[in-house]
Structures are given as structure tokens and as C-alpha cells.
Design a protein around this ligand. Structure first.
Ligand SMILES: C[S@@+](CC[C@H](N)C(=O)[O-])C[C@H]1O[C@@H](n2cnc3c(N)ncnc32)[C@H](O)[C@@H]1O
Length: 946
């Protein structure tokens, strides 16, 4: 029953997959994550260097020279058309920015576009400005080129009218300036004139004048302008500036009046030694300036590009990551991969994956991926995205002896393109938890350069540097709010690649192994170049972990980085986890710090082969350190009682977590040769990078022969149980996964005919976070006879919860849906919200009004539907131990309300006993023949740890 029936997911529809509405819900919000820095792409570098420079040169030359002079309109049109074109580039750059931030394009790297647009604008502006400056000089040359050149002009004989078209005039030797008849006219500046004469002879008309500005006093005959006293000077360059000409004319009129001379048609010149050369030099100067700017601008542009490259490599591109419900996303992603592999909606799958592969939630995809691809017997396969980086890799936790480890080649057939979709080709290893590592072997690569890169990657090179910093240094420097626990955890093996910190992993060595096979077989089908495998070895050469590395891989620090979650406006769940870990996104720390703590405690406190000591250690964490979502205490009492009555041969558990209930159940069924198959979708719970988590507990408990851990989502992993154990093989089901999915998973079991007739189904967390659809189904369909049991959360006594125990009978309603009740949809939504919160906080922290209100609403809703609790668990403290027993409620009786202190908080792990026997479940009476289904054990008191 989909609580959001109106929303149908593409992939769910296409492949009949689950998780559709989760994905949609998750995708309705989004956050921005920086992508890892990428390899420098040379195309934008070259384009951004050369194109703006070429534009500058083009605009500059158009504005500087002949075309500007002879075709000014054409020139201006060309220049402004160029401007219009580059404005289009700007619009493109800006819209790509807008696209990325509105989420239309999930991932873009628009920085180079912006830079390109900016560079083009600058180049155009500079070319236009400098070109016009240059043109001021060059245009004088072109002006004079339109006029005539005259030589051997005698100023005493020639009249101005005769030389009206003169541009350059070479006067006859002996020509000079008559300073005595010079004059100045002041209009802002001084316009100075002096007649050009020949020797001492008086000209017919003083028509040739040397001119200059601010080079005379104005009231005396003291002309001292350019070349006035240079005996070599005897040439003139015609004054072309018509604005100044009027003032020089006035100065000449003043001279006519003062010296009583006549100037009928005065022409004005600058007085030069070699006027032709001078004019030519203007053009040359224009060309030289042009050449100098061309070179300088190229250097300038290259500099800008270099700065941009450095800045961009630091920032990295952004991706819009839609985050919400981790499992929803990842299962939907898995669906996407499958759809892709099966020829479904390729574009949709691509798009969805692109959105997800780079988020930290990606690693959850992989358990299911492995399951869906038929990977069953691997010790564990963990394909992880390197958090926010685009890397994807497969880590295989082999058994201790690497030689014995074999993955059937070709089992995981991931076409290279899918591998790339998953971020392959940039694969890398996460070394965070491998503090024992002493050697890295690189399969099949004997390339020294790559080995060196590995060393850089793992920081062993940098670690030798005297200034190699620790996490604390960096945290302090960057003012990070990292708590001690995190600091301790990371201290010692932090890589710059992950957290912008300098690495300090000293003493790690690298070796190239002869072949991939020697290290470990690849789980991906090798491409043409082959996929390499990197394996990490501990002190005695034991393989700690290994990774598949794509053919193109270069382990570069630059490719790997951390997101900056502080900037995010995350969806609910991210919000919580980000506050916990402000800088670094490691799924292991964010989501698995509790499990890490359990693992450490078990390893420290439990004794191998002693199951009760394992339980006691796990319970200690749950009672003393952090709230754990395990079914201990009163909940275990229910399970123990049901097992004692049912004596199942095969138990199917949904939700292994740290293996507490699986080992607890196995402890009992082992007595009659029974088995527990337990399913876990979170690969990190099943494996961790350094140890096998749930398995480790199971092995510690000495029960690996009785427990089979199946990595994968309940939805598809049950198929494997069917294949392995056959139809009607499951005698007992313990549902401890997600409450709002219980009903669907149970329906699948019915559809596959997995359950035996008279099987029993136990469900946990039915009230909190809640399984409303399930309660409704098992209470209303007649093929179930159900008890609802009121009890208290383990390690958080004030928190009330329900478990349900339903005995199965085959009948016509088997596999059917109950009548739909719309009120349950709202309850289901709220359940999921609490479940999300509980993932990141402790149930204890959720105690209080919202949760109590929810529980009350839930209870009231079901009472209205005629469904109520029929049993409760009572716990008494006897001799320092908590002793729980099941009590049946009388007709109309309610379970006692919790009041007061929680004495059980004081109880050590291992001090909680479940009293078994003495109570009849509803289903038993309904069993054919009545009474117990099977013979109960003669005596059974389960005392974990006791
Ligand atoms: C409440 S814990 C299980 C606790 C465990 N049974 C115990 O009491 O020791 C729930 C676990 O179920 C897993 N899970 C949730 N949905 C699942 C699914 N659909 N298939 C498999 N595992 C699932 C979660 O990753 C989580 O580890």
C-alpha cells in the first residue's frame, strides 16, 4: 500500500521496483554539494587564453588603422557586431549559472563560461580603447597622405594661395624663422606663431608660419617652439587641426598689426628637420604600440587564465544533490541502474544516477546492486561512492587469507558504461578506517609514476614533510567544530583528499603486484585496458581491503575532496547529520558511529565463542552509551517466548543491524538444528571497512553456522531464500526493518509461498516509529491470528512501543489486501518521519510531546477501528536483574501506564532475563487441533549474559 498513491515512480513502474515514492519524496528537496575537483581540462584553458586575445587583436587593429580612417562606418559596425556576439556568450554563461542553481541542469561547471564571457568583454573594451588611442596618431598620417608634398619652396617668393593643398613642405635652404616678428594669442593656452622667411628678404606676403602652443610669452617676440633655433630645420608639416587654426589666425592678425606686415593667406606648419620622416614615424609608432599591446595582452590573458585555473581547481564544480531518505534514494538509484541494464529508460536512469552517484548516500545502492546482480556468496561486496566525490569503487572484504578468496570472474557483470555511470574511471580507495594498513599492492601495474601517485594520494610522501599537519592542526586552523571523539577517530590517517587536511599516514609502503589476480580478482568485467585492483595489506600481509580501480584512474588528490556541508540547506536527515559532522562527510562516521562503538565494545569486552558476553557487550552500549535500535529487554522476552512455543527450523529476519537478535534467536534454534537467515540492506552494517561488523559479532558469538547474513534489500533478497530453502520453508519471520514496509514484505512472502502453514510472524516497532498498514492487515485479514503486545523500548524505558505476534493459517484471504483505510496514510507518513529522526538521533531524544502525541493518535485511531493491545510485558527488578514476563490483558483492560524512574537504566548488559512460558498467544488457540503448535521445550529461561 503506497502511502503516496498519487505519486508513481518511473522506475518502480517500469521494473515493478520499490522505493518509488521514497525517491520522489527525496527528490522534492535538494541540496548543493560541491563536486570533487576535476582533472584540469585543457580545452577551456586554451579557448579562454586564445579567443579573448584574438578578439582584442581584431578590435584593436580595426580601430587603429586604415579601415577606421577610410571606412569609419563599416569599422564601427564590425566592432559593435562583435560586441553583440560576445553578449550572446555572456547570456549563455549567465543562463548556465541560472540553470545550475534552479536545478534544471543537475550538474554543471559553468565557471569557465563565466570567465570566458568576462575575458571577452574585457578584451573587447581594451581593444576598442587602445585602438582608438592608436588611431589618434595614425589618423594624422593618413590625413597628411591626402595632401601634396612640396620641396624647394621659397617663402619670400611663394604665396599661400599657391600651396593650399600642401601637406609636407621642404623650404629652400636658407629659410628660417623670423623670431622678431613672432606673436602669441592666448585663449586658455598660448597659440604661438612665427613667420617662415628666406634669409633677410622681405616676402611679398607673410603666408608661411611655424606654430606651436605654450611656447611663447604672448606679449613679447620670443617664439621658442619646436626646432625654433635648430639650423637644420627647414621643413614644415601642415597643421591639420582645424580647431586650433582659428586661434593661430588671430595670432597672425595680431602680428600683422604689431609689425605692420601683411599675411594674405597664412598657412600653418610645425617646424621640422625632416618632416617626411617625422610623418612616417607616426605610422611606425602606431604599429609598434600595436605589436607591444598584442604581446602584453597575451601575457595578461594567460595570467588571468592561470589565476582562474587555480581558483576553479580549489572551488570545484557544483552538483545539485537531492537528498532526503537515504534508502529511498539509493533503492531508486538501484532501480535506475537495473532499468538501464535492462534497456529501460536510459536517459532517466542516467539522469537519476548522475544526481545520486556523487552524494554520500550512494554507497547504499550497492548492497542492492550486488543482490540484484546475483551476487550471493561473496563475503561482502561494497561498492561505495567516495562520499561526495565522483569515485566509485568496489571494496571486497575477503576472508583472512587472500589466496582463498575468489570471486567468480564475471559474476558481477557491470558493463563499463554502467561502471562509468557509477562514477567509475575515477575510482579510488577510502583508507580512512584502515589504520592497520602497512602495505598497498597495486594489481597489474608496474608503472612507477602510478605508484608514486598512490604515495601522494595516501599521503606518505607529504607525511615526510616536516610541516605535515594533523587533523587537529587543520581543525584549529580552519576553526572547525570537531568534537574529541571525531578527532581521535581520525587522528592518524587523514588524507587531504577527503577533508582538505594534510595527511599523516606514515610508514605505509607500496608495491606493485604481478597481476590483478595476485591481489584479488576484479569484480567488474575488465575493459580493454583492464581494471586494476588495489589491495591493502596489514602487518602480516593479511588483506584488509581492496578496491577496483578504473582503467583511466590516476589517483590524484585533486579529484577527491569533501563537500562543504555548512553551506547546505539540507533535507531533514542531512541536517541532523551535518550538524554532527560539520566538515567531513563520511558515511561511516555520520551514520555508523554507533555501530562502530558497538564493534569496539564487542571486540574489547566479549569473549570469542561466548554468545552471552557478546550480547552483554552490545546491551552495555545500548544501556550506557547510545540508544541502539535493537530488540533487547522486554522485546527479547516476546521473541524468546514465541521461539520456545514455535520451535522454528528456519527463521527469516528482516534487519540484521549489529546482529543482536539474529544471534539471540540462533542461540535457541541451534539447540534443535534450526537456522536464522537475516537480511540487511545497509552494507556498512554487514561489513565495515576494517572488520565484518554483524558477521563479526556472529562469529564472536560462535554462531556463524546457525546464522546466514544476506546483504540486500528485503524486497529482492527473499527471492534468494526461496531458491536456497524452497517454498513453505520459513517457520518464523521477524520483521524489524522499516515499519511502513512490513505489510509489503509480508505480502511478498505470501506471494512467494515462503512461509510454512502455521508459521508465526513477529513485528517490532509497530507503535514507534509505527507500522500502521501492517497492524491493520494482520488484525483484519482472517488468515492471521494476532496479539498486539504493549512493551517498553530497550534502553529507554519511558518509550512505549508495540510488537505484534501473528500466527499464520492458509486460507482464501492469504496474499490479499485488506480494505483500504485512508486515515492510515497520515499515520504512515508520520511514522516515516519519526523513523528518519530516530536514525540520526537517539530514541531517548525523541521522547516527549511529539512522540507521545503520535503514539496516542496511533492508539486512538486503532481503538476506533476496534483494534487494541491484548498483552503487555511486565518487568520486575529481582536481585539486581530485570525480569520480564508476558501478561495477557483481560477484556477491556488497558496496559499499565509507565510512571516514574527507570530503574532498568541502572542495569548492566546481560542482566535482563526473559521468563519463557506460562502464556498463551492468540494464534495458538486458532491452530488446528488447538494447543501449542509444537511441543514446547521442557524448560527454557533465556538469560542473555546471565
Ligand atoms: C531496527 S534495526 C534491526 C535490529 C536488529 N533486528 C536487532 O534487534 O538486533 C533495522 C535494520 O534494518 C535494516 N533495514 C531497513 N529496511 C530494510 C530492508 N527493507 N531490507 C533489509 N534491511 C533493512 C536497517 O538498515 C537496520 O539495520
Amino acid at each position: 500500500m503506497n502511502p503516496y498513491p498519487e505519486q508513481q515512480n518511473l522506475f518502480a513502474e517500469q521494473r515493478g521496483l520499490f522505493g518509488g515514492y521514497d525517491a520522489l519524496q527525496a527528490f522534492s528537496k535538494g541540496v548543493w554539494l560541491p563536486l570533487p575537483k576535476r582533472k584540469m581540462n585543457f580545452v577551456p584553458l586554451v579557448v579562454c587564453s586564445l579567443v579573448p586575445w584574438a578578439l582584442f587583436v581584431l578590435v584593436y587593429s580595426l580601430c587603429s588603422f586604415q579601415i577606421h580612417y577610410s571606412q569609419p562606418i563599416l569599422c564601427n559596425i564590425s566592432v559593435f557586431v562583435l560586441l553583440a556576439m560576445l553578449l550572446i556568450v555572456c547570456v549563455k554563461a549567465v543562463t548556465s549559472r541560472i540553470r545550475i542553481f534552479t536545478g534544471i541542469a543537475p550538474e554543471r561547471e559553468p565557471s569557465w563560461w563565466i570567465f570566458f564571457a568576462f575575458s571577452l568583454l574585457l578584451a573587447w573594451f581594451m581593444g576598442y580603447r587602445q585602438g582608438n588611442q592608436n588611431f589618434a596618431l595614425a589618423s594624422k598620417y593618413y590625413d597628411l597622405g591626402n595632401l601634396n608634398n612640396y620641396t624647394m619652396v621659397y617663402p619670400n617668393r611663394m604665396l599661400g594661395q599657391q600651396l593650399l593643398d600642401a601637406g609636407i613642405v621642404q623650404f629652400a635652404p636658407g629659410s628660417q624663422l623670423d623670431i622678431q616678428k613672432s606673436m602669441g594669442f592666448k585663449n586658455g593656452q598660448l597659440y604661438c606663431v612665427a613667420p617662415i622667411v628666406f634669409g633677410t628678404s622681405t616676402p611679398v606676403s607673410y603666408d608661411f608660419w611655424a606654430v606651436g602652443t605654450d611656447c611663447c610669452s604672448g606679449n613679447k617676440a620670443d617664439f621658442s617652439c619646436r626646432n625654433y633655433n635648430n639650423p637644420q630645420a627647414s621643413g614644415g608639416i601642415r597643421l591639420m587641426d582645424s580647431g586650433d587654426r582659428a586661434y593661430y589666425r588671430l595670432a597672425v592678425q595680431q602680428a600683422e598689426a604689431t609689425y605692420n606686415i601683411k599675411a594674405t593667406h597664412p598657412l600653418f606648419f610645425t617646424w621640422e628637420v625632416e618632416p617626411s620622416k617625422k610623418v612616417l614615424s607616426w605610422l611606425l609608432e602606431g604599429h609598434q604600440t600595436f605589436a607591444a599591446w598584442m604581446v602584453s595582452y597575451l601575457v595578461f590573458q594567460l595570467f588571468l587564465v592561470a589565476v582562474a585555473a587555480v581558483v576553479f581547481s580549489k572551488i570545484g564544480p557544483l552538483v545539485r544533490a537531492r537528498c532526503g531518505r537515504p534508502d529511498g534514494i539509493s533503492w531508486a538509484a538501484t532501480g535506475a541502474v537495473m532499468a538501464y541494464l535492462n534497456g529501460g529508460d536510459q536517459d532517466g536512469a542516467r539522469e537519476m544516477l548522475r544526481q545520486m552517484v556523487r552524494t554520500k548516500l550512494f554507497n547504499q545502492v550497492t548492497g542492492s546492486l550486488a543482490a540484484r546482480m546475483g551476487i550471493r556468496n561473496l563475503e561482502a561486496v561494497l561498492v561505495r561512492g567516495l562520499e561526495s566525490s565522483s569515485s566509485c569503487y568496489a571494496v571486497v572484504n575477503p576472508p583472512d587469507d587472500a589466496e582463498q578468496f575468489s570471486v567468480q570472474e564475471g559474476t558481477l557483470l557491470v558493463p563499463l558504461e554502467v561502471y562509468e555511470l557509477l562514477g567509475g574511471g575515477q575510482a579510488s580507495i577510502e583508507m580512512v578506517e584502515l589504520e592497520e594498513a602497512k602495505m598497498v599492492k597495486l594489481g597489474g601495474v608496474r608503472d612507477e609514476e602510478m605508484l608514486q601517485q598512490l604515495q601522494v594520494f595516501f599521503g606518505t610522501l607529504a607525511a615526510q614533510a616536516p610541516d605535515a599537519a594533523t587533523l587537529q592542526d587543520v581543525a584549529e586552523e580552519e576553526d572547525l567544530d570537531l568534537d574529541d571523539e571525531v578527532l581521535d577517530y581520525w587522528q592518524g590517517y587523514v588524507q587531504k583528499s577527503r577533508c582538505a587536511m594534510k595527511p599523516i599516514w606514515k610508514g605505509l609502503t607500496f608495491q606493485s603486484s604481478a597481476s590483478d589476480a595476485e591481489a584479488i580478482r576484479p569484480v567488474f568485467r575488465p575493459g580493454e585496458d583492464g581494471l586494476h585492483v588495489v589491495s591493502i595489506h596489514g602487518a602480516e600481509g593479511r588483506v584488509l581491503s581492496c578496491a577496483v580501480v578504473g582503467p583511466e584512474t590516476r589517483l590524484e588528490m585533486d579529484q577527491l575532496t569533501c563537500a562543504a556541508p555548512a553551506e547546505l540547506e539540507p533535507a531533514e536527515i542531512l541536517d541532523i547529520t551535518i550538524r554532527r559532522r560539520p566538515n567531513c562527510q563520511s558515511r561511516y562516521e555520520d551514520f555508523h558511529y554507533k555501530e562502530a562503538s558497538v564493534l569496539e565494545t564487542v571486540v574489547r569486552e566479549a569473549r570469542a565463542g561466548d554468545v552471552t558476553s557478546v550480547h552483554a557487550a552490545i546491551e552495555n552500549v545500548g544501556l550506557k552509551e547510545v540508544w541502539l535500535k535493537i530488540a533487547g529487554g522486554e522485546k527479547a522476552c516476546v521473541i524468546d517466548n514465541v521461539i520456545a512455543k514455535q520451535r522454528p527450523k528456519l527463521i527469516l529476519e528482516f534487519g540484521t543491524y549489529v546482529g543482536y537478535t539474529s544471534t539471540r534467536m540462533a542461540l535457541q534454534v541451534d539447540a534443535w538444528g534450526g537456522k536464522v537467515v537475516t537480511m540487511e540492506m545497509d552494507p556498512v552494517n554487514v561489513t565495515s571497512l576494517k572488520e565484518v561488523e554483524a558477521r563479526n559479532h556472529i562469529e564472536m558469538a560462535g554462531l556463524s553456522h546457525a546464522v546466514m547474513v544476506q546483504l540486500g534489500h528485503s524486497d529482492d533478497a527473499v527471492q534468494m531464500v526461496l531458491e536456497k530453502f524452497g517454498a513453505h520453508s520459513v517457520d518464523m519471520v521477524f520483521m524489524d526493518q522499516r515499519g511502513t514496509a512490513f505489510h509489503d514484505d509480508l505480502k511478498t512472502l505470501e506471494r512467494l509461498n515462503l512461509m510454512a502453514e502455521n508459521a508465526v510472524v513477529i513485528a517490532d516497532n509497530v507503535l514507534k516509529p509505527g507500522a500502521p498498514y501492517h497492524v491493520w492487515r494482520i488484525s483484519t485479514l482472517p488468515h492471521y491470528a494476532t496479539d498486539i503486545i504493549d512493551l517498553r523500548e530497550f534502553g529507554s524505558a519511558p518509550v512505549e512501543d508495540w510488537m505484534t505476534v501473528s500466527w499464520v493459517r492458509f486460507g482464501p484471504s492469504y496474499g490479499q489486501l485488506p480494505q483500504e483505510v485512508r486515515q492510515l496514510n497520515e499515520l504512515a507518513r508520520e511514522s516515516d518521519r519519526f523513523r528518519l529522526k530516530a536514525m540520526a538521533t537517539s530514541m531517548k531524544d525523541l521522547v516527549g510531546d511529539p512522540l507521545d502525541d503520535f503514539a496516542k493518535k496511533f492508539t486512538d485511531e486503532f481503538i476506533q477501528l476496534g483494534i487494541r493491545t491484548s498483552m503487555y510485558v511486565r518487568t520486575d527488578i529481582i536481585d539486581g536483574c530485570a525480569v520480564s514476563r508476558l501478561v495477557r490483558l483481560g477484556a477491556g483492560e488497558s496496559p499499565p501506564v509507565w510512571a516514574g524512574e527507570d530503574p532498568r537504566d541502572e542495569i548492566q548488559g546481560g542482566q535482563w532475563r526473559g521468563v519463557v512460558g506460562g502464556v498463551q498467544f492468540a494464534g495458538e488457540a486458532l491452530a488446528p487441533g488447538g494447543g501449542y503448535m509444537r511441543e514446547p521445550p521442557s524448560r527454557m529461561t533465556i538469560a542473555p549474559g546471565g
